[in-house]
Design a protein around this ligand. Structure first.
Ligand SMILES: NC(=O)c1ccc[n+]([C@@H]2O[C@H](COP(=O)([O-])OP(=O)(O)OC[C@H]3O[C@@H](n4cnc5c(N)ncnc54)[C@H](OP(=O)(O)O)[C@@H]3O)[C@@H](O)[C@H]2O)c1
Length: 265
């Protein structure tokens, strides 16, 4: 397990650093540890105040543990396109790929809270689940419609949150409205990287942004509050005891989880 970068944790404060003032011993918290430090797959972890949010009583440790990187990535995409979560925003037509994964499952819920029209892709086994998260239209990614990212209306998307691996740029581009934006959450493949670089040097109206999550603890607190209010939930793929963490990690990197995989200790 050496080198495993587990960054998302939920637990209880047991000790406070000499300069820390925002939390006290006993507080229930959820943290997004920095990638360079990580160290979340352990009974004890060190988190800075800026990585930490209070976990409301009503939110279980398991539900909170799924939230940090996946929830913040989804939120960052939706903030980037000016989504308002108080019902005052103007909805757009959005596609979310791999909506059954960690980022995608939060993104569908947040996009619906923001009043967007959501088309989502996932495997056949998860179509009902993704619909239950609020998606207006769901495409099975193994069908021709799902491969082409097209609904029967053929309407183009204003924004695509691409969480699925290996979707070619030409497929994304042909589904995008004239001034549309792809937010590339998954590791960009070659065609997407080329299109991204090409876009920097040309005046192409269809844009790509490569997303590297950067939101911090205030946004994590916002997500935890949405959970407390029952407006956001974590889809749990599976829970593993600490002594089976290796299996949990193997499942995580396999790319076929439905939501989040949680290790309990
Ligand atoms: N940019 C960032 O800051 C950031 C942050 C977090 C994650 N990521 C990246 O984002 C990607 C998604 O990660 P994740 O943890 O949310 O999800 P994940 O665990 O990789 O997603 C798994 C789910 O995606 C479905 N899926 C796989 N291929 C698909 C396809 N071509 N079309 C539609 N659905 C598909 C799978 O369904 P089946 O099992 O039915 O195949 C499964 O339910 C990963 O590449 C991850 O590294 C980036």
């Amino acid at each position: 397990m050496a080198g495993v970068a587990v960054t998302d944790i939920s637990g209880q404060v047991i000790q406070i650093g000499s300069e820390a003032t925002a939390f006290k011993v006993g507080d229930k918290v959820v943290c997004r540890l920095g990638f360079a430090k990580s160290g979340g797959l352990a009974e004890y972890a060190v988190a800075s105040e800026t990585e930490t949010a209070l976990r409301p009583e009503e939110v279980s440790s398991v539900n909170a543990a799924g939230l940090p990187v996946a929830g913040l990535t989804a939120l960052e995409c939706l903030q980037m396109i000016g989504t308002k979560f108080d019902g005052t925003g103007k909805g757009a037509n959005i596609l979310i790929t791999a909506a059954s994964g960690g980022v995608g499952s939060y993104a569908v819920q947040l996009a619906k809270l923001g009043g967007h029209h959501v088309t989502a892709t996932c495997g056949a086994r998860n179509v009902d689940l993704v619909r239950s998260l609020g998606a207006d239209e769901v495409l099975d990614y193994k069908t021709p419609e799902g491969q082409n990212l097209k609904t029967s209306s053929g309407k183009k998307y204003d924004y695509i949150i691409n969480c699925a691996p290996a979707v070619p740029w030409k497929t994304l581009k042909s589904s995008l409205s004239n001034e549309g934006l792809v937010m590339e959450v998954a590791q960009p493949n070659f065609s997407i990287l080329m299109a991204f670089i090409w876009g920097i040097f040309t005046f192409s109206k269809k844009k790509i942004k490569i997303i590297i999550v950067s939101l911090g603890n205030n946004d994590l607190q916002f997500l935890a509050e949405l959970m407390r209010e029952g407006r956001l939930k974590t889809v749990i793929d599976s829970k593993y005891p600490f002594d089976r963490a290796q299996e949990a990690w193997a499942k995580c990197v396999d790319g076929h989880a439905t939501g989040k995989i949680i290790v309990e200790m």
